[in-house]
Design a protein around this ligand. Structure first.
Ligand SMILES: [Zn+2]
Length: 462
């Protein structure tokens, strides 16, 4: 199935089966904010764990968890206070709000509002009602908040728009406390906030979102090789967790779209299937050469020396190669890629199965529930045995216990949320102490003695 056909089905499944809910839905929702439900939180945690384990397995990378709030000078140094803006324009008649650059892009123009004066917009009318538009205003995307009881500019802070800056401001502390040798990286997962004017596409562009970023500090010589290595490694990571090759691609930024500090940037793009973008491909993660912009700016604004010594004992400011991925985007990509629908169903034994059957073919490491324990009926003897099985496995795996509905329906419920294995306890189990283990993808069934279940699954999840 084409991803453009999957996206609506995935959005529907995500809500119906407890992966992702619109935030504060009982109050009508909050635009572009989403909550992760019971299965979504497991899936997202598994995505983050896979990334964290991948980073922490390296001798040259250490972790960090910096605060969401930072000294306001941080955002002066980083350039966010002046430069992190979008050009905003309103319709005087219908009051709709637009990105001025988006309106010009639709006319085939490519304006750069950050570097030049806003272009004359007088020929552009409101795309909704044809009304007259206001002047272009620069709108900063950082969320403001206040520290302490007085709401004045002295106590004004910002919710971080990216996690990277917390890594730069902790560069020296981290290097010295961990006695890291150059080159080395600092990895961090955390929330970031951007007050986007236009939001779109489910959890793809949210105002509150989560990043997984790694900043790798290098000597400028040899930086290109390191860049290429990370570029390759990061794409392989997505492939190793099940994204299909044909839905992933690299896209190099054109010279005119590079942000001011970057000298080279590649996006890993995934084919989300959103209709308005070319072939549905959109950014999943960026690999950026940020030069020495970050550390030299923080050095200038803080007055602290952020330098290291090279082999000849000469001081230099490290350059940064960054890998910056979106946790929510990755989670969505894994959901879309795993989604499979079988017309008419996979099973022919039950007459009632005529509808399309959904199987979420998530990698076992990402599946929110690893094992479902299913007693054939609610009979007391079966419940007792089934609870024994549940208790014997629950310290190692995330497990669901489900005893309602026909066994066929319960299998399909588990297939739909990507549970790799179902363990069924029936009346034979009471005689021979054997359970039936069903595989999500092959539907093959193994008979396993209860005492051997632990080693059976240890092998399956290895
Ligand atoms: Zn209008």
């Amino acid at each position: 199935m084409e991803n453009s056909r999957k996206i609506d089905k995935v959005v529907n499944l995500a809500k119906r089966r407890g992966f992702i809910f619109p935030s504060s839905e009982i109050y009508g929702g909050l635009n572009s904010i989403y909550d992760y439900g019971p299965l979504g939180v497991e899936l997202k945690k598994n995505v983050k764990k896979a990334w964290w384990d991948f980073m922490m397995a390296r001798k040259d990378v250490v972790g960090l968890d910096s605060a969401i709030l930072a000294h306001p000078r941080t955002w002066e140094a980083s350039g966010h206070l002046d430069g992190f803006t979008d050009p905003l324009i309103d319709c005087k008649k219908c009051k709709n709000r637009f990105r001025a650059d988006h309106l010009l892009e639709k006319k085939g123009l490519k304006p750069d509002f950050a570097k030049t004066k806003p272009m004359d917009m007088k020929d552009i009318k409101c795309p909704e009602c044809g009304g007259e538009l206001t002047d272009v205003r620069q709108f900063n995307l950082m969320f403001k908040t206040f520290m302490g009881p007085v709401e004045d500019s002295a106590s004004q802070l910002y919710l971080r728009p990216e996690t990277a800056q917390g890594i730069y401001t902790n560069f020296l502390n981290t290097k010295e406390s961990m006695r890291m040798k150059m080159p080395f990286g600092i990895a961090q997962i955390g929330k970031a906030f951007r007050n986007e004017i236009t939001t779109e596409n489910f959890i793809f562009r949210m105002r509150e979102f989560e990043q997984m970023e790694m900043q790798y500090f290098v000597h400028p010589d040899g930086k290109d090789d390191i860049f290429d290595t990370w570029k390759k490694l990061r794409k392989e990571w997505y492939l190793s967790l099940g994204l299909s090759k044909e839905n992933l691609r690299f896209r190099e930024h054109e010279p005119d779209e590079l942000v001011h500090y970057a000298s080279k940037a590649f996006d890993i793009e995934y084919n989300f299937g959103f209709s308005e973008s070319e072939a549905g491909f959109k950014e999943l993660e960026g690999i950026h050469d940020r030069g020495d912009w970050d550390l030299s700016r923080h050095q200038k604004f803080s007055g602290q020396k952020l330098i290291v010594k090279d082999d000849d004992n000469k001081d230099y400011t490290p350059h940064v190669v960054e890998t910056s991925g979106g946790v929510d985007r990755a989670t969505l990509a894994f959901l879309i890629d795993a989604y499979d629908e079988i017309e008419g169903g996979r099973t022919t034994t039950t007459k009632s199965v005529k509808d399309a059957e959904v199987v979420l073919r998530l990698d076992k490491r990402l599946a929110p529930i690893k094992i479902a324990v299913l007693p054939l009926s609610k009979k007391v003897e079966l419940s007792k045995k089934s609870n024994e099985v549940y208790d014997s496995l629950v310290s190692k795996y995330r497990i669901r216990y489900d005893e309602t509905g026909s066994i066929g329906k319960r299998y399909r419920r588990q297939d739909e949320i990507g549970t790799p294995y179902c363990v069924t306890i029936d009346f034979d189990t009471l005689e021979n102490n054997q359970v039936t283990v069903r595989d999500r993808d092959t539907m093959e069934q193994d008979h396993v003695v209860i005492e051997e279940l632990e080693s059976y699954f240890a092998e399956k999840f290895n």
